[in-house]
Design a protein around this ligand. Sequence first.
Ligand code: ATP
Length: 639
Amino acid sequence: MAKSLLPLRPQDHFGQLARLLALEAAAEEERARKSIENSAAADQAIASGHAINDLVIADEFPGLAGRTILALRKRTMQMPLPPHRLQVGSPVILLDEKQPQVRGARGVVSRRSAEQLEIAVNEPPEFESDAPKLRLQLFSDEVSRNRQLQAMRTATTVESGRIKQLRDSLLGETAPKFREVKNFVADAALDPSQQEGVKLALSAEDFACIHGPPGTGKTTTLVAVIRQLVARGAKVLATAPSNLAVDHLLEKLHLAGVRVLRLGHPARVQESLHHLVLDEQVENHPDVAVARKLVRDALRLKDRAAKFTRAKPPPGYKQELRAEARELFSDARRIEAGVVRYLLDSADVVLATLTGIDATVLEDRRFDVAVIDEAAQATEPACWPALLRADRVILAGDPFQLPPTIISPEAARGGLARSLMERLLETSTTTISHRLAVQYRMHQSIMAFSSAEFYEQGLTADPSVASHLLSDLSEVTPTDRTSTALEFIDTAGAGYDERAGSSQESRENPQEAELVVKLALALRDAGVAAEAIAIISPYAAQVRLLRRLLDGTLIDVDTIDGFQGRESEAVIISLVRSNATGEIGFLADVRRMNVAITRARRKLIIIGDSATIGGHDFYARMLSWVEREGIYRTVWEEL
Ligand SMILES: Nc1ncnc2c1ncn2[C@@H]1O[C@H](COP(=O)(O)OP(=O)(O)OP(=O)(O)O)[C@@H](O)[C@H]1O
């Protein structure tokens, strides 16, 4: 997107975002529709594990919050399910195989075993045929897109009140205001930079950003912000784009004794935190036992109505049974709604993913402050449902790590990949952001390059980590490898050529993979716990290959995107690219590489071909960093 001049006009800005969202929706739906309507694509979806066919409903029983759980099995009951990619929490659609174009039942996978998948649906499906053969497949999340569009429409048209004021400041129409913080009690556990971040957040009357480079305790700081807000009587809506990030906040707030309530499908929340989820608390509320009985009665009535397949019931009788069932369902919902309201009133902090801000649950409830963690990974439209519900907003994140994932290249080029936080940081002329300065993860040599490239040399390593090495761990034998923090192993000239992976969409480098395995096992043999070693690569095909090679070792192998937000004592990065033309593909997105090189605590080994990557300025500087701070080796020394 061309750098927008402020102020942005609401019509133009939201109109443009809505267009980009439509492009993204079209790209997503194209993918999903292809595999629903076209039988060849459906076969492909089944072959690739995105769908399972020939299923029947083996059981149907009431789930949490008035939902129904359908247990699905292969028609031949004893047959195990084929290998598939439907995970607990995946959005799915259940279709009649004969009539896939007829609207199916949407739900979420709630449990999986070798023979059975359970899905939670809001309404039990009503298929035309009696014993339909069913297909279950992954489906895109239309509900959340509609919520975003609706929120942007409201933000466009609002003409007065707090929503308008906040919108105007976020669009640069008015300057964001800050006030002096009275009675600020510094939290002794925080470092001075984190305390400054807390102070800035508390002083914001409109919005403020906490910029948290890798390992700087962004979540720790946010928790401190939220605790102080709650102590001052505020109600807070705390959100993030991913369930993982929301759970991380939830756990820390709960441990700090804050009264929290987590919205969202329990299947998507970490098991140890289930007792903090709204649905679970609703379920344990005494009033809900009554509602549950109503749901059971309703299902029984529906069942009776469905049994009249041959015997002819008196006219209208079937409809009557169904109507009665519907009424019971609705009574059950009304009882639950009362319990939900009570639980929401009792919490000081309500947590949800950005897409999980559900108006049917929250109704028109407003909060004093909305907090958005990992804000640099959320698209701007994704933030608006949260923004509309609060008087003030605190965004936390790091725009120099991975941006939101967008599948339509056109939408990405148009600016959908640019987060609200990035836009605010780039366009603000006043101090709206505080960057945290002390990191608690990396040895100082590992930190140095990222600090210079992305944070204007603004990071320092806390003394507790500044010089820590693998060899300082009692179980680790000191070796050349465990007593140094940083190495680059250059494969240039060794003929370790990259090739297309089996799916043709990704790349792999088998010889490099073998070297990676050798290095990882050497670390393990020196006493480093397998769980403390991680291997990351930009390419999914290389990750698949490495996982195969390291099967059964407990060494973690993941893509860079999958490893964002995590850390490991030792990290090996496999860069993969090695070709005669110096083509580096999406390694050119240096933010991805920033994530990769900032995951290691005590040891980072990078393996790559300097002849392929060295033509790119960033990688040329990266090679000098290793020569300055660490050890540069050629692959010949490893053979
Ligand atoms: N002031 C501090 N003193 C000591 N340790 C700290 C401090 N702040 C954070 N840490 C430690 O740093 C680590 C990272 O903190 P936290 O989980 O808050 O960061 P994060 O925001 O999740 O990090 P990142 O953004 O890098 O993923 C934790 O182990 C935490 O205990």
